[in-house]
Ligand binder design. Structure first.
Ligand code: NAI
Length: 361
């Protein structure tokens, strides 16, 4: 088996705990991974002046592949989110979030197997904002009035929603490529083009064009985002690969995670042309940090995605099999899952869960 070096960014909050659990499980899977550990997080601000030191970005670039724990965004310090900064710096334009039912994890549905593909670089997350009363906001309001584009109240704050043809085509192509490579049958594009004709409308037109070129890869369908949410709650099994502009993709990821058992089991990846960073959907969970209570499943399943990416499909599948076995058996599940399943059995710690997982290999 080939040896791979990957950057490991444990992060903060529960990150160091879930990362340590993940490392133990990857080792037990038989994969030969060398960890190049780099730091990110609010605890570095005092010493480095930033939660994301240049050496950490360098470590990811050097190894091309990274797995990271969550990193809290310090509120009120003026620092940009580490996650947004990393995605920008490394050109990670696609956010990939598989949503899979795990029997025993307390999901509302069985048989869900959806892959969410979220555009990661633009939309309302571009960070272009004007505070209410600022010169920028006043100018924009005046421009809209001049253009007859509709009245905006003078005390409005404004966030700009840029959506480009190039980035829309790129993400939809990514979704079709993924569908082809993984034997998926259908790609659904989600939008609100009936209201936002020049942004979501552009995304939808790009999606239709790419779909027409890629008809051999997968079938194509469209859903308006509000209808999509209702469809998800009523019958999520109807979806396969679903591609979104940034904001809807973010919201839909959490919605989907909630349907199959919650954030504790939802893995993810941020992927670009050169680099890939694997990470759970959840945040740093400061309410349970340092207490050995966190559910490491999401980061462990993110590691399985990483192993697939590295060509170590067998080790990845061994991990997924062990996860399914521990949930099916049900004796060593963490507090979040006990709550989701309404079980009064005692909760396992992060360490106990990880021990059980390793014993299931
Ligand atoms: P969160 O995901 O950290 O927590 C939400 C709730 O879910 C909390 O009750 C938490 O205890 C629970 N939870 C989350 N992950 C869990 C796990 N693995 N096991 C058991 N319970 C878990 O979201 P929140 O509170 O909105 O954000 C906290 C911090 O995390 C913020 O500073 C935010 O900016 C950051 N964040 C970082 C992300 C990343 O690094 N990728 C993603 C999302 C948020």
């Amino acid at each position: 088996m080939a040896s791979h070096t990957v950057a490991l960014v444990p992060g903060d909050g529960i990150g160091p705990e879930t990362s340590a659990a993940m490392q133990r499980v990857v080792e037990a899977s038989g994969a030969d991974i060398v960890w190049d550990v780099a730091e990110a997080g609010a605890h570095l601000v005092e010493e480095h002046g930033t939660p994301l030191p240049a050496s950490t970005i360098e470590a990811v670039k050097r190894n091309k592949v990274a797995i990271k724990g969550p990193v809290a965004t310090p509120v009120g310090t003026g620092f940009r989110s580490v996650n947004v900064a990393l995605r920008r710096e490394l050109g990670l334009y696609a956010c990939l979030r598989p949503v899979l039912s795990i029997p025993g994890a307390g999901g509302r549905y069985d048989g869900v197997d959806i892959v969410i593909v979220r555009e990661n670089s633009e939309d309302l997350y571009a960070g272009v904002e004007f505070e209410e009363g600022s010169e920028g906001a006043r100018k924009l309001i005046a421009l809209c009035e001049e253009e007859g584009a509709g009245a905006i109240r003078p005390d409005s704050g404004i966030s700009v929603k840029p959506i480009s043809k190039a980035a829309s085509e790129r993400i939809v192509r990514f979704a079709f490529d993924y569908a082809r490579r993984h034997g998926r049958r259908k790609v659904t594009a989600v939008h609100k083009a009936n209201i936002m004709k020049h942004t979501d409308g552009l995304f939808l037109r790009a999606a239709r064009e790419v779909a027409a070129e890629r008809a051999e890869d997968a079938a194509f369908e469209e859903r308006i985002v509000d209808a999509f949410c209702m469809n998800m709650v009523m019958d999520p099994a109807q979806f396969d690969v679903v591609v979104f502009p940034n904001l809807y993709g973010d919201i839909a990821s959490d919605l989907a995670a909630g349907l199959v058992g919650g954030l504790g089991i939802a893995p993810g990846a941020n992927i670009g042309d050169e680099y890939a960073v694997f990470e759970a959907v959840h945040g740093s969970a400061p309410d349970i940090a340092g207490q050995d209570k966190a559910n490491p499943t999401a980061q462990i399943l993110s590691a399985a995605m990483m192993l697939d990416h590295l060509g170590e499909a067998e080790a990845a599948e061994r991990i997924r099999r062990a996860v399914r076995a521990v949930y099916a058996e049900g004796a060593h599940l963490t507090a979040d899952i006990r709550k989701a399943t309404g079980s009064s059995k005692p909760a396992a710690s992060c360490t106990e869960f990880t021990d059980a997982l390793i014993a299931a290999f």
